[in-house]
Write a protein that binds this ligand. Structure first.
Ligand SMILES: [Fe+2]
Ligand SMILES: [Fe+2]
Length: 164
């Protein structure tokens, strides 16, 4: 028999993941001054991420659970990459963008799992919501992937220019 509590726990993990990404994106948008294309991509995804959090909250409530901001089950999103970040470093945007690329793929994996879980639970509305969210995560991952080489080379060049 399918375990409803486990399922609600997973929905809560996704909610926690989205809420923790809201603050990460807010800070990465500030850091991305000087990289307007990246900044506008992140701004757009911040709005989508706020919407994802609200949508997941709604899915949890429909299943009779309460979203737990404290649970933030995946607040360790991109922890490995985050540990590499040196906030005072000139390559912060490179590190942030690697982190964002990682986070989007964690989201893609999480929603791929949740879609299967929702279908197994007969919760077709959540399955459909998660499919739509996953499309936006895939698009965000592509934006980040597309920007990463340019950010990396411009950061390297900037460092060379600063030294000469
Ligand atoms: Fe998201
Ligand atoms: Fe995302």
């Amino acid at each position: 028999m399918a375990d409803k509590d486990m399922y609600i726990g997973w929905l809560n993990d996704a909610y926690g993941m989205e809420t923790s990404l809201i603050s990460a994106l807010e800070s990465h948008i500030k850091d991305a001054d000087g990289f307007p294309e990246l900044q506008s991509g992140l701004r757009q995804h911040l709005e989508q991420t706020r919407n994802h959090a609200n949508l997941m909250k709604g899915c949890i409530e429909r299943m009779g659970g309460g979203p737990s901001a404290l649970k933030a089950g995946l607040s360790n999103v991109g922890t490995a990459a985050k540990n590499l970040i040196n906030r005072t470093s000139k390559d912060t945007v490179v590190k942030n963008t690697i982190d964002d690329f990682t986070s989007e793929h964690l989201e893609i994996a999480s929603y791929t799992s949740l879609i299967a879980a929702a279908e197994a639970m007969g919760d077709m509305e959540t399955a459909s919501i998660c499919r739509n969210i996953r499309v936006e995560e895939e698009q965000a991952a592509e934006v980040v992937r597309g920007q990463l080489p340019l950010i990396t080379t411009e950061t390297l060049r900037g460092m060379v220019a600063a030294r000469s």
